[in-house]
Design a protein around this ligand. Structure first.
Ligand SMILES: Cc1cc2nc3c(=O)[nH]c(=O)nc-3n(C[C@H](O)[C@H](O)[C@H](O)COP(=O)(O)O)c2cc1C
Length: 127
């Protein structure tokens, strides 16, 4: 069973959200001896903000993407595969100015792709 641990606090050992998410993961591991944890630390390995070339690539059908667009979408595809491969995702998320840290927002922006990770329907977006 794969557990994906998302870290979005830059405060290392002092971080409450890292301590809390690690405690949750320890409980999950105690119940599943075959649980395997992958850590994605968004603060030590920050993702680029979504830019025009990412959006253009997202909006281009896969078979029509240029070399540059294929390069631009690689990271998003990698992040999506990591999420899809995980049975459980544990996200450590501090509150920054009544929202989430930019590190975490950027991760979500790379994952939320219309027609891939969700679809627009008459009843609204569906995952
Ligand atoms: C830049 C910044 C903005 C913050 N904004 C809020 C806030 O809007 N509301 C709140 O309750 N706490 C806020 N906090 C407090 C953090 O949510 C709190 O310190 C939390 O423990 C940080 O997570 P961490 O310990 O994992 O780093 C803020 C902290 C920082 C550093």
């Amino acid at each position: 069973m794969k557990i994906l641990h998302i870290i979005s606090s830059p405060r290392g050992e002092a971080s409450q959200t890292i301590q809390l998410s690690e405690a949750i993961i320890q409980k999950l591991q105690a119940k599943n001896s075959n649980a395997f944890v992958t850590v994605r630390n968004l603060t030590t390995d920050p993702l680029p903000y979504i830019a025009g070339h990412h959006i253009q690539s997202f909006n281009t059908p896969a078979e029509n993407r240029s070399e540059e667009q294929l390069e631009a979408i690689k990271l998003s595809d990698e992040l999506l595969a990591e999420v899809k491969n995980a049975a459980i995702i544990v996200i450590g998320a501090p509150m920054y100015n009544f929202g989430i840290p930019a590190f975490l927002k950027s991760w979500i922006d790379h994952l939320a792709r219309a027609g891939v990770s969700f679809t627009y329907t008459a009843d609204g977006p569906v995952a």
